[in-house]
Design a protein around this ligand. Structure first.
Ligand code: NDP
Length: 286
């Protein structure tokens, strides 16, 4: 079994970006809006701010109460859309229940939508058009595989999970007719029949479910590559919160050819690709 070192690959991407950003003629700015008090979101926003500080990107973070109205958030997005110093805008998900996330995502200028969730950018990804933004986690997974010299072309990739932020855009990316993609892709989800029969046919199995240790060795073909996107907060025996993936690492690692750890696998890549999209936005905007 070989470990896919997301931390190392992400840090190489960040090192490369930091040199480019140092040469960029102006300050680059990323705005992050967070609504409510989700503990996971706090941690993600902290990591994003830290990465910005490391690269010399100005980060503007606004933390809003859970009862903030969607109209207020829409107004703030509108201001940021027209603020020249801001190259990237993201609204940390999940949003409180009284929000329609699609409405918020659509309000962001697609040219500043560094998360890649705006329908314009989703459409460009599906069509294989240049000039959009690829969502950070799917792009991070594709690069993890490519930079670990794992062949994707022609392989059967099974993705467990069909969310708009991971499963669906990942399928759209890996099936593209371009270098580093060209996979045969199957998505399974909570309504799929014969799920384990399908996952056992995967050359590359990607778990984006949000269920701790869902993927055991019984769902994996010996020799498969296993990518664990899950980040689940669970309490250990002493009551401390720890992060675990969707893959039962101890049962799957012995039969996998390659596997990502949690933490230290997909997570750091998501942050690195967010920084890359922000730099890309600044380059396009000049
Ligand atoms: P969602 O809850 O939006 O989607 C989960 C998907 O898993 C759904 O499609 C759901 O099916 C499917 N699913 C749930 N239970 C089962 C089951 N028993 N059998 C088969 N399929 C099932 O989650 P996200 O995609 O947003 O996130 C998935 C995981 O990845 C989470 O742990 C999240 O924290 C993590 N994550 C990690 C990131 C990183 O950077 N590493 C970034 C983003 C997310 P259905 O559609 O039918 O309900």
């Amino acid at each position: 079994m070989n470990l896919i070192d997301g931390k190392k690959i992400a840090s190489q991407i960040l090192d490369d970006l930091s040199k480019k950003i140092a040469r960029f003629p102006r300050k680059i700015g990323l705005a992050v809006l967070m609504v409510g008090d989700n503990p996971g979101s706090h941690a993600y926003v902290r990591m994003k701010k830290k990465a910005c500080a490391q690269l010399g990107i100005d980060s503007l973070t606004e933390q809003l109460d859970a009862d903030t109205s969607p109209e207020t958030v829409l107004q703030k997005i509108e201001v940021l859309n027209h603020t020249p110093a801001i190259d990237g805008i993201l609204v940390q998900l999940p949003l409180p229940d009284h929000y329609n996330p699609q409405q918020i995502t659509r309000a962001i200028d697609p040219n500043k939508d560094v998360d890649g969730f705006h329908p314009m950018n989703v459409g460009k990804l599906l069509l294989g058009e240049e000039g959009g933004f690829i969502p950070c986690t799917p792009h991070g997974i594709q690069l993890l595989l490519e930079k670990s010299q794992i062949e994707i072309a022609g392989k059967h990739v099974v993705i467990v999970g069909r969310s708009n932020i991971v499963g669906k855009p990942l399928a759209a990316l890996l099936v593209q007719k371009r270098r580093g993609c060209n996979a045969t892709v199957t998505i399974v989800h909570s309504q799929s029949e014969h799920l384990s029969d399908i996952t056992r046919t995967a050359d590359i199995l990607i778990a984006a479910i949000g269920q701790p240790h869902f993927i055991t060795n019984k769902l994996v073909k010996p020799g498969a590559v296993v990518v664990d996107v899950g980040i689940n907060r669970v309490q250990d025996e002493s009551g401390n919160v720890k992060l675990v993936g969707d893959v039962d690492f101890s049962s799957v690692a012995p039969i996998a050819s390659w596997i990502t750890p949690v933490p230290g696998g997909v997570g750091p890549m998501t942050i690195a690709l967010l920084m890359q999209n922000t730099y890309e936005s600044a380059l396009r905007r000049g």
